[in-house]
Design a protein around this ligand. Structure first.
Ligand SMILES: O=C(O)CCC(=O)C(=O)O
Ligand SMILES: [Fe+2]
Length: 204
């Protein structure tokens, strides 16, 4: 499934993508449940639009964010400190299902709300100090499918992409965050709302 998904901007290089760094599980959240969760979270979550330091400049993040997790697990990225909201029953349930499926454990989750195709996340790696070396990140995507792209840090011309479908679970692991960057580019055609959840382990 992943091989089929990992289409390339170039050609036969797709074969060289280190697949042990990714796991992709389409349909992890059933469509009906996904719909209910999106509607609930769009209206109930206390979303924040962060301003953050990007390449030395203050920029407003082109999406909304919310951070949930164990009370003592604050998270700092791009110069902003996030104090977590407490786990909700739905988020705790999703976490349990991911842990059961993958065998990995998580103590926090970042929600990103992409209101339409103009919302995006720029090239970055989730290699913050709090996540430790070779973090495992479980990414659940709900709603509008969007393109998810990777580029190799030492050579930006090595790029790959996959489509994160409604209800899919993507596992990122190994040294992916240190050796590759990822992004969700803006889209003129994928205009619906999307919520992405990245389950993480804050080490402190
Ligand atoms: O929305 C996504 O699929 C990815 C979000 C992301 O990369 C992040 O929150 O670090
Ligand atoms: Fe990320």
């Amino acid at each position: 499934m992943l091989m089929k998904q990992l289409s390339l901007f170039g050609s036969q290089e797709a074969l060289q993508f280190p697949e042990d760094l990714l796991g992709y599980y389409p349909g992890f959240v059933p469509a009906g449940e996904s719909n209910v969760l999106i509607h609930k979270w769009v209206s109930e979550v206390r979303w924040r639009q962060q301003s953050m330091q990007m390449y030395g400049r203050e920029v407003i993040a082109p999406r909304l964010m919310a951070w949930f997790g164990d009370a003592d697990k604050a998270y700092t990225f791009s110069g902003t400190r996030f104090e977590p909201y407490a786990w909700t029953p739905e988020l705790a349930d999703l976490r349990t299902r991911i842990e059961a499926k993958t065998g990995f454990t998580f103590n926090s989750v970042l929600l990103n709300y992409y209101r339409d195709g103009n919302d995006s996340v720029a090239w970055h790696g989730d290699n913050e100090h709090e996540l430790g070396r070779n973090p495992v990140i479980a990414s659940v995507s709900l709603g509008q499918e969007r393109r998810f792209e990777f580029r190799y840090r030492p050579d930006h011309s090595r790029k790959y992409g996959l489509t994160l479908e409604n209800g899919s679970l993507l596992i990122m692991k190994g040294d992916l965050q240190h050796t590759w960057e990822h992004r969700v580019p803006k889209s003129k055609t994928q205009t619906g709302a999307r919520i992405n959840l990245t389950f993480r382990t804050i080490r402190k």
